[in-house]
Design a protein around this ligand. Structure first.
Ligand code: ACO
Length: 326
């Protein structure tokens, strides 16, 4: 099939910052604990009138500009999110309307923090088989809307934001070389929202027991993340016929600095080979990798010909890695 690459990137974060010091006033925690255990210093919080599709829109407009194509040229929109504006219509359909992407098909993709990499793999499949030419892949979240600000185990971690990329055909040695996707449903209860779906529909009870919020077994997710970040990246590299030493930039899911450091160790990479922005945004789930990638591009950290590895993990459990030449 055709080679598929990234034609443009864009990002958006809301203005409002929630600092560790502010969290100290909300739950029993402190700045020093949060910084040493997670690396996070502040996160962004969407304005009351903003929802996920609004954040997605801002990032998408920038990605389209960077790719130098119009919304009408999009064939498909994929939005990876666990915080859609509503159950349905999909956030991708809401975004299609906002952008005026009249020709585009649109759907949401649910793979938690791995959603963006799952989305890239989907888009690459559609383009390489010749079905579509331009696909917009967005990771966008308003995690503040599903975060329990009475639970110190989780409320220190999450933030709001969006990242978007336009994928299309590329020439030469550019483009995606491999994807590695995985899932382990047995670990589903480690990270989830129980209430509000068809299993435990919204009721007075689900509201009272706070089951509309994220619940997480942090320690087990941590162990899983450390294991899978390294192995997914290694497997994607091997599938592409690349070595660890070929990596110019690692763009990992931004959940915890210690998880990223352990992945770097396993891949024999120094910290300057990783894009890290979790200190400023926290964990933005599906938006985390595209937000980090867009920022790496903005900062001039990616040059033509660079080998980039994207790798993430999340609820499901799910994981994914991608290797691409910029
Ligand atoms: N402030 C102060 N103390 C705290 C806080 C806090 N915010 N949170 C927990 N503690 C306490 C705990 O209660 C515990 O006390 P105890 O020993 O008396 O029980 C102690 O600190 C240590 O707790 P641990 O959970 O062992 O701390 P750990 O070093 O594992 O760090 C953390 C916790 C940061 C949550 C870590 O486990 C982690 O990052 N896990 C991965 C989480 C993750 O990435 N989740 C998102 C996945 S992406 C998605 O799909 C949304």
């Amino acid at each position: 099939g055709v080679s598929v690459g990234i034609l443009g990137t864009g990002k958006y974060v809301p203005e409002r910052r929630l600092t560790n010091v502010e969290l100290e006033r909300m739950v029993e925690t402190n700045d020093e604990w949060i910084v040493t255990r997670t690396g996070i210093r502040e996160r962004r919080i969407a304005a009351p009138e903003q929802a996920t599709s609004d954040l997605a829109y801002e990032a998408s407009v920038k990605a389209l500009e960077a790719a130098d194509i119009t919304a009408e040229e999009l064939d498909l929109i994929i939005v990876a999110t666990i915080t859609p504006d509503m159950f349905f219509p999909s956030t991708a359909c809401l975004l299609q309307e906002k952008l005026g992407a009249k020709k585009a098909a649109a759907f949401d993709l649910s793979a938690a923090c791995s959603g963006f990499i799952y989305g890239l793999a989907n888009a690459t499949g559609f383009i390489s088989m010749g079905m579509y030419k331009h696909v917009l892949v967005v990771g966008a979240e308003c995690l503040s809307r599903i975060t329990d600000y009475e639970d110190r185990n989780t409320c220190i971690l999450f933030g709001d934001g969006a990242g978007a990329v336009v994928l299309g055909p590329v020439t030469g040695d550019r483009g995606f070389k491999s994807f590695k996707l995985g899932a382990d449903g047995a670990g589903g209860e480690l990270l989830r929202i129980r209430g509000g779906g068809s299993r435990c529909p919204s009721s007075g009870e689900t509201l009272a027991d706070r089951s509309h919020f994220i619940e997480m077994n942090g320690r087990d997710v941590f162990k899983f993340a450390v294991r899978v970040m390294g192995s997914a990246a290694e497997e994607a590299l091997a599938a592409a016929g690349y070595e660890k030493a070929d990596i110019d930039l690692l763009v990992p899911h931004q959940a915890n600095i210690r998880i990223i450091q352990s992945a770097l160790e396993r891949l024999n990479l120094s910290e300057d080979k990783a894009m890290i922005n979790l200190d400023r945004y926290g964990n933005v789930s599906a938006a985390s990798i595209p937000l980090a990638l867009a920022e790496a591009v903005e900062e001039g950290r990616v040059k033509e010909g660079d080998t980039i590895v994207l790798v993430g993990f999340g609820g499901g459990l799910t994981w994914g890695a991608a290797v691409l030449n910029w």
